[in-house]
Design a protein around this ligand. Structure first.
Ligand code: ADP
Length: 171
């Protein structure tokens, strides 16, 4: 059976080991899914983000860090930073793949076996949705082929367009 699952809805409601946040490099919160996660998860998550920021100075595009889930049902939040879409010639595709891959790496290091991703970079950061979905699915599939310890990866789509794209591509 496939370990990939698609759902449409609010990622903050999911009961999984970890949800992934499409953060920005400051790690200090923002709009979109980032804002929703900090609102639902409470101040504990932001405090842990501040500590990480003090230690390593934020998080670059393509990288990922982990905090607790605060008041969320999820045990952890993995904060990754997707690339800002800049026309496609600034290594955006590679950076988006890195964001998925490094989130999964951090997940494994923390014994996470169920994880949910939002559609990283496809909101405020403007990455074309179809291409982003292709990269997300391909990167996760490749990772799962060589890593048995992740039991389930949920693509949590929020908008209709992404949901339809993932539905087509996961068929
Ligand atoms: P980015 O800056 O990486 O583009 P955004 O938060 O603007 O991040 O958007 C990323 C994706 O998250 C978008 O597809 C947006 O529709 C989606 N999104 C926004 N709120 C939520 C939520 N509560 N749960 C899941 N996905 C969400």
């Amino acid at each position: 059976m496939s370990r990939l699952k698609l759902i449409q809805g609010d990622i903050t409601k999911l009961q999984v080991d970890a949800i992934v946040n499409a953060a920005n490099s400051s790690l200090l919160g923002g709009g979109g899914v980032d804002g929703a996660i900090h609102r639902a998860g409470g101040p504990q998550i932001l405090e842990e983000c501040r500590q990480i920021r003090n230690k390593q100075g934020g998080c670059k595009a393509g990288e990922a860090v982990i905090t607790s889930g605060g008041n969320l049902k999820a045990k952890h939040v993995i904060h990754t930073v997707g690339p800002v879409w800049n026309g496609g010639s600034k290594n955006e595709e590679q950076l988006l793949a890195n964001a998925y891959r490094n989130s999964l790496r951090v997940a494994i290091e923390n014994s996470v076996s169920t994880i949910a991703f939002p559609n990283i970079s496809t909101g405020i950061y403007g990455f074309p949705k179809r291409r982003a979905a292709e990269i997300a699915i391909e990167t996760v599939q490749q990772f799962l082929q060589v890593n048995e310890s992740i039991r389930e990866v949920i693509f949590c789509c929020f908008d209709e367009e992404n949901t339809n794209l993932y539905q087509q591509l996961l068929k």
